[in-house]
Design a protein around this ligand. Structure first.
Ligand code: ATP
Length: 360
């Protein structure tokens, strides 16, 4: 397994001379540590697969380089990069048994038979495929075939990295739950550098130690699930992570105060005088917005509906033209259609042109 460095890496399908804003991957420099579990998370079209394909060598970058353990591998073909890949759809040989399929990547590299057998047994055990080792792959369900694909991706212990491109898309929802946490356990057990592309935040947050969030061809934040939740570096991360996402509210901010709809909200930190001409917003997660009987001094909101998700409820409210969500206790109801809102100052963040501003 390898440490992976991306150095000023960028890609445009329209060539290097295309306008920078049109690049599928805008320049990124970052390091992925050896043995880490990374998720590339973002909506469709944000550049996840492009970045994964640059690492695997399927796509050649327009700019920059990729290093494995300090060695520039950008000119190397996919085969020479020593990586394993698992795709959205199963890639297996139907005519072989499950065991032969799992063994294939090892035999292909001339690994000794005893070692092949031991590794195949280990991987089959981890993926609950042991009872099927002698069965022809053709007779298995689509779910089982995808498990074999996962196994083939994980069977070699000498790879620089294992790359997964939305590997659970075709899996039945019940098994998806199991495989999500299983992949996490597999990462711990096998000690491989893993990079996992998904647009599903639950998959990313369950699997990864570090989630790399992408938006419009750009890496907007890389952090632990807790960091992404507690301190989104970009309003997109706040909104995209969480269900519902962070409330993003236009505000005027100065010193320790944010002014929203004529009301002053206290801030824990001092933001001084923010630069003019930038779009200033505050971000606060629904979990840190309390509702209270309307009273002077409280921000007043119009209640539009209550979303009852069983054990938790969210009030959907409106302040001026801005919609917000607030987590409310079970059984919550409002008399009248307005409520007061209280933001927990410790969890209110300030953004200028969508970027987090650190107060002092
Ligand atoms: P998805 O989850 O839908 O696969 P993604 O986040 O993986 O999306 P990419 O597939 O990397 O995003 O696409 C990023 C951008 O590059 C998109 O605008 C897409 O249309 C464009 N793109 C991807 N592949 C090509 C290609 N072969 N030729 C031209 N443009 C491409």
């Amino acid at each position: 397994m390898a440490r992976i460095d991306l150095v000023d890496l960028a890609h445009s399908y329209g060539g290097n001379d295309a306008p920078p804003a049109s690049f599928a991957l805008k320049p990124v420099t970052m390091t992925w540590r050896q043995g880490g579990a990374y998720a590339l998370l973002g909506p469709s079209g944000c550049g996840k697969t492009t970045l994964l394909n640059l690492i695997s060598g399927i796509v050649t970058p327009s700019r920059g380089k990729i290093m494995f353990d300090g060695k520039d591998i950008t000119p190397l073909s996919t085969q020479k990069r020593n990586i394993a890949q698992v795709f959205q759809f199963p890639v297996i040989y139907d005519t072989m048994t499950v065991g032969q399929n799992l063994a294939f990547p090892l035999k292909n590299r001339g690994v000794a038979k005893a070692e092949v057998d031991a590794r195949v047994r280990q991987i089959a055990d981890l993926l609950d495929l042991s009872p099927y080792l002698n069965r022809k792959a053709t007779r298995l369900t689509a779910d089982a075939k995808q498990k074999i694909s996962l196994g083939r991706g994980l069977v070699r212990s000498d790879v620089a990295a294992v790359l997964f491109d939305e590997p659970l898309t075709v899996i039945d929802p019940e098994l998806k739950w199991q495989l999500r946490s299983k992949l996490k356990a597999l990462h711990r057990e096998l000690d491989l550098t893993m990079i996992y592309v998904t647009h599903d935040q639950t998959e990313a947050l369950t699997f990864a130690d570090t989630v790399v969030v992408m938006h419009d061809g750009r890496v907007v934040q890389s952090g632990t699930p807790a960091e992404l939740f507690d301190k989104p570096a970009h309003t997109f991360v706040g909104y995209f992570i969480g269900s519902p996402g962070m409330n993003i509210v236009p505000a005027e901010v100065s010193g320790h105060e944010a002014r929203i709809d004529g009301h002053v909200i206290g801030l824990r930190r001092n933001y001084g005088v923010l630069p003019a001409g930038k779009k200033i917003e505050i971000g606060v997660r629904p979990e840190f917005v309390d509702v209270a009987t309307p009273a002077s001094g409280l921000l007043s909101a119009k209640v539009e509906r209550i979303d009852d998700l069983g054990r938790i409820q969210f009030a959907r409210v409106r302040v001026g033209n801005t919609k917000l969500a607030a987590r409310v206790p079970p059984g919550f109801s409002v008399s009248g259609d307005t409520t007061g809102l209280i933001f927990d100052p410790a969890h209110v963040h300030v953004y200028a042109d969508s970027q987090l501003v650190e107060g002092v």
